[in-house]
Structure formats: structure tokens, C-alpha cells
Design a protein around this ligand. Structure first.
Ligand code: PEP
Ligand code: MG
Length: 586
């Protein structure tokens, strides 16, 4: 009888709610280690055979991925993979690799690596944008080809048969963007924090996730099954039948709660004493906008445009962006849509633009800093956003502003983009509202000055918490210090809300705490009434909002402002929530 594998429980950080169980799939990404050794002349033929087999496997994988992308994202996005297939059929490249093995006597992996790098470097320095893009295709292809040669599964999941639980050391936003969601039951990673972008994306697509499960990938062996609990933040390798039974019951209870919440989702959003609350949706795709609308949002509070860049793994043209944004605006069905300009950098890296690696990427060449130094990319984007403003109510928002100079320069670019469109008689909303994210400590401190430059603020607590507390949001060594409940954060929020009231600029909060019901009464007590969160979280926020008065919220805020410890604040908010929604718990 085969020996039963023993259960092993690991504790991490809840990433995205939900429980799922299935076979584990080790997701490998990043660079493959390339072996280097000499092969004798007689072995060269078999090395070339290995290369041909790997070419074939790679083509099959890409064709599968293309099919899945076409199904999930559309034919246009799938077109990217045609270029990949062409590279794999490029006679000059293939013959150069074969020549290289004959000349150097090196193993085939080394030859593939060397020759594709040479081609990459050549394309990368060309003026022609189209040809430069081929450099990034080459990089992707060579990674996949090398992965197949050394027997590793290269990134991508479209070729998986059964849906599985994806297990990885870490996961980048571009990895997440490339996943076929229908093949993913859940995500479990060794590293990462609650506000890493891969986790935000998992949450938005309703895929359960647990992160910060240190040592998970080392403990996993071939054929293991894994259960992940995205509510509690734990993973159970090879769960016993008793555990599975217990979790079956959790699933049933959760379904009961979801049914109850669904019934209330379309009721007006307000507190028990009738104060209006505005719930907007955060979105990375048209589907997420539609999910927000189905869950009763009043508009899109944050559309992260970089999601489009990451999915395509390239910088799209103005026209391509225009089509994508128009889809977003049309999915919003006439409701206002706030489009945020490009926020690349930090953990959102676009391989294809070949930027230098940074020591501190979150403090580095990110978001507005990148756009201000890349005028043509910035202007393409601004024109595309302006053009969609004649198809619905659109607002524009600039990320990671840290000083008045940046917002002034960003607005100058916007002015230029408007002028360029006017010269071509292209219509747009001339009075488009302009806002900025408040997500750096300096922006908090000078928000009265920024208020003179914009129509609205959107508070990005995901970044604000990391910068204010000096705690990298994706470093799980210090994730215990990433505390949105910290009094410094609460005081900063109080300051922003007070200033926006005095200066009469609108204010929204679009960081992840906007979707965390525990924070709702505190934020209302501090004076906020507009929240932007993942669509699927809105029903619970509305449900809870109707169960306390604005007076309750102010009393709670006064109590919290006297507290010194984040843990005390956290417990207080949780108890308040549990008390008011006890009907959900029974
Ligand atoms: C934030 O920082 O809170 C935010 C909403 O932006 P992002 O998560 O995309 O950095
Ligand atoms: Mg941010």
C-alpha cells in the first residue's frame, strides 16, 4: 500500500479570500540557469536533435498560450504570440545556433543563450520601434526555449491540463498577467505581502491566495496536493480527510454569507442614519469594471493603466491604448471612470523596456517620474485618455506625486496633449477633471499646496503605509511592520481629509484598506465618504455600512485616536465589526 503523505501546515499572510484545494503546480519564472560544458564532435548531432525537440515543444506551448490568450483577452492580445512563433521559425537564427555549436563545441543551451542574446542586443539598439520590440520577443522565447532544454517548466500556465494550485517563490505582476485564470485554483507563494500587485490582481479576479509562506516551495515534493485558506492565511500540504471535511464546512458557510450579501448588494449605500456612502471600483480590466458594476459601484475610482502594458509586455501605441480605454469606459456603462496614468516601476516591471535594475525600485524610477522623463510615452497615453473622454465621463489621475513641481509638469504635458488633439480637430472633454494620488509622505505634508493644482485627491494607502513607516510593501521579512492601523497612518489620513474639506477638493481612498470592512467606520469617522475597492468586496462594505450610524463612526474614531498601538486599534476595529455583523457569523 502506498505510504500516506503526512499533513504539513504553514502559516503566511492572507492574500485573497477563499479556500481551494488541488494538485500543486510549481511555477518557475525568471531566468533559467544556463549550464556550460563542452560536447564532443560525435555528440553535436544529438545536441542539435535536442534543440529541434525543444523548438517543437516551445512552438506547441506558445500555440496553446495563444489560444488561451485569444479566449481570455481577445484576438488582438493573442497576436503578440504570432511574433513569438515567427522567431521560432526564423531560419537565420536557427542556423546561427547550429553553426555556433560546431564552431565552439559548447553544449546547446550555451549556444542558444549566446546567439539569442546577440540577436537581442542587435534589435535592442535599433531606432525602429517595431524592430526594437522584437528584442523583447527574443528574450521571452529564449527563456522558454532554455527552460525546455534544461527540463524546467517555463512561465505560463495555458498548457496545464487540470486546474491546479500555483506555487511559486514569488510572483510578479507580469507573471500574474500572463496566467490563464481558468487553470488556476489558487496561488501560494514563499514571499510577498498583502499589497503586492500580484496579490491585488489575484483578489480582483477572485482567486484565493496566500503569500509569505516561507519555505513552502522547498517543502513541496512532486505529486503533493495543497489546500490554501486565503481567509486565515495558511497552506496545508497534503491535507488529511478530516481537514478537507472541516474546510468543506467553511466553504458552505461562506456560500451562505455570499448569498446574504448578494441580496443586499443593490440596496442604497448609506450608513444606518442615512448618510450617503459612495463605493467605486478599482479595476485592471474590462471584466473587473463589469464586476464592479454588477456589485453596485457608482463608477471606477482607479483604473490601473499599467495592467494593459504588463499584459501585452510592451508599450502600446496611442491607438491601441485608445481602444483599450474605450473598452473600459464602455464597460463602466456611463458611470465616471478615473484613469490613472502609467505607474510602472516598483514591483511592476516591464521586461521589454530593458530598464536598469534598481537597488530600491519602490523608491526609484517609478510612475510619474518615469513618465516625465519619457515624453513621447507620456503624451501618447495622455492623448489616448483624452480621446476616450468624449465617450463617457473620464477623469485623469497622476500617481506617486511627491512635490508641486511634478503635478505642474504633468499638467503641462496634459496641456500639450490637448493642444495636439485640437490641432487635429479631435474631440475630447476640455474640462476633464485632474487628480493626483496622495501616496507619499511629502504629498501628505503639502496636500494643501497640491489641492491648489487639482480637482481631486485619491489616497493610495498601499504605498503611503510603506513610505510612511519605511516598510517595503512586498518584503515579507518585515511584513509584521506593514501596519495600516499605525497611528501615524491614521493621523496622516485625518490630515488629508481635513485639508480636502477646507480646500474643497474631492477625496477618494483607493488603497486596499478601502476594501477592508474593518476600516470602514474609522474612515467614515475621519470624514471620508468615497471608497474605491475591488468590485467583489463592495457588497460586504455596503452590508456593514448599513449597520452603524455616522455618530457611531465618530465615537469610534475618537476612541481610536487615543490609542497608541496598531494591534490595539486592529482588535478594536475587528470587535466593532464582529459585533455589528453577528448575523453574518451565525
Ligand atoms: C496605492 O498605492 O494605494 C494604490 C492604490 O496604488 P498601487 O497599489 O497601484 O500602487
Ligand atoms: Mg500606489
Amino acid at each position: 500500500m502506498p505510504e500516506e503523505k503526512s499533513e504539513n501546515i504553514l502559516y503566511g499572510i492572507p492574500g485573497s479570500p477563499g479556500v481551494s484545494h488541488g494538485a500543486a503546480f510549481r511555477f518557475l519564472h525568471g531566468d533559467v540557469e544556463v549550464p556550460h560544458y563542452q560536447v564532443g564532435e560525435s555528440e553535436q548531432v544529438s545536441e542539435i536533435e535536442r534543440f529541434k525537440d525543444a523548438l517543437l515543444t516551445t512552438r506547441e506551448q506558445i500555440a496553446e498560450i495563444r489560444k488561451a490568450v485569444s479566449k481570455n483577452l481577445g484576438e488582438k492580445e493573442a497576436g503578440i504570440f504570432d511574433a513569438h512563433l515567427l522567431v521560432l521559425e526564423d531560419k537565420a537564427l536557427i542556423s546561427d545556433i547550429e553553426k555556433d555549436i560546431k564552431q565552439t563545441g559548447d553544449n546547446i543551451e550555451q549556444c542558444v543563450y549566446r546567439v539569442t542574446n546577440r540577436y537581442h542586443d542587435y534589435f535592442n539598439q535599433l531606432e525602429d520601434e517595431y524592430l526594437r520590440e522584437r528584442a523583447s520577443d527574443l528574450k521571452d522565447i529564449s527563456k522558454r526555449l532554455l527552460g525546455n532544454l534544461v527540463g524546467e517548466t517555463a512561465s505560463g500556465t495555458a498548457f496545464l491540463g487540470e486546474p491546479r494550485i500555483l506555487v511559486s517563490e514569488d510572483l510578479s505582476p507580469s507573471d500574474t498577467a500572463s496566467l490563464d485564470r481558468s487553470k488556476i485554483l489558487g496561488i501560494a507563494t514563499d514571499t510577498g505581502g498583502r499589497t503586492s500587485h500580484a496579490v491585488i490582481m489575484a483578489r480582483a479576479s477572485g482567486v484565493p491566495a496566500v503569500v509569505g509562506l516561507r519555505g513552502l516551495t522547498e517543502k513541496l515534493t512532486e505529486g503533493d496536493s495543497i489546500l490554501i485558506d486565503g481567509f486565515e492565511g495558511l497552506a496545508i500540504i497534503n491535507p488529511t480527510n478530516t481537514t478537507l471535511f472541516r474546510y468543506g464546512k467553511v466553504g458552505l458557510r461562506r456560500k451562505k454569507i455570499n448569498d446574504l450579501l448578494k441580496n443586499e448588494a443593490l440596496l442604497p449605500a448609506q450608513t444606518k442614519d442615512g448618510v450617503t456612502l459612495n463605493f467605486l471600483a478599482n479595476a485592471d480590466s474590462p471584466d473587473e469594471v463589469r464586476s464592479g458594476i454588477e456589485n453596485g459601484c457608482k463608477g471606477v475610482g482607479l483604473f490601473r493603466t499599467e495592467s494593459i502594458f504588463l499584459k501585452k509586455n510592451q508599450i502600446p501605441s496611442e491607438d491601441q491604448q485608445f481602444e483599450d480605454y474605450r473598452e473600459i469606459v464602455s464597460a463602466a456603462s456611463g458611470k465616471p471612470t478615473t484613469i490613472r496614468t502609467l505607474d510602472l516601476g516598483g514591483d511592476k516591471i516591464l521586461d521589454s523596456i530593458g530598464r536598469e535594475k534598481e537597488e530600491n525600485p519602490f523608491m526609484g524610477f517609478r510612475a510619474i517620474r518615469y513618465c516625465l522623463r519619457n515624453p513621447s510615452i507620456f503624451l501618447d497615453q495622455l492623448r489616448a485618455i483624452l480621446r476616450v473622454s468624449s465617450f463617457g465621463k473620464v477623469k485623469i489621475m497622476f500617481p506617486m506625486i511627491s512635490g508641486v513641481g511634478e503635478i505642474v509638469r504633468a499638467k503641462e504635458f496634459l496641456f500639450t496633449a490637448k493642444r495636439q488633439l485640437t490641432e487635429k480637430n479631435i474631440t475630447f472633454d476640455k474640462d476633464i477633471e485632474v487628480g493626483c494620488m496622495i501616496e507619499t509622505p511629502s504629498a501628505v505634508t503639502i496636500c494643501d499646496m497640491l489641492a491648489d493644482e487639482v480637482d481631486f485627491f485619491s489616497v493610495g494607502t498601499n504605498d503611503l503605509v510603506q513610505y510612511l513607516l519605511a516598510v517595503d510593501r512586498i518584503n515579507n521579512q518585515i511584513s509584521y511592520l506593514y501596519e495600516p492601523h499605525h497611528p501615524a497612518v491614521i493621523r496622516a489620513l485625518m490630515h488629508i481629509f481635513e485639508v480636502s474639506k477646507q480646500k474643497e477638493v474631492g477625496v477618494t481612498l483607493c488603497g486596499e484598506i478601502a476594501g477592508d470592512p474593518h476600516f470602514l467606520p474609522l474612515l467614515i469617522g475621519l470624514g471620508l465618504d468615497t471608497f474605491s475597492a475591488t468590485g467583489t468586496l463592495l457588497p460586504e462594505l455596503k452590508f456593514f455600512g448599513r449597520r452603524f450610524t455616522s455618530e457611531d463612526a465618530r465615537t469610534l474614531k475618537d476612541r481610536i485616536l487615543k490609542m497608541r498601538k496598531p494591534s490595539e486599534i486592529k482588535v478594536y476595529l475587528k470587535n466593532f465589526y464582529d459585533d455589528r455583523v453577528s448575523e453574518l457569523m451565525n
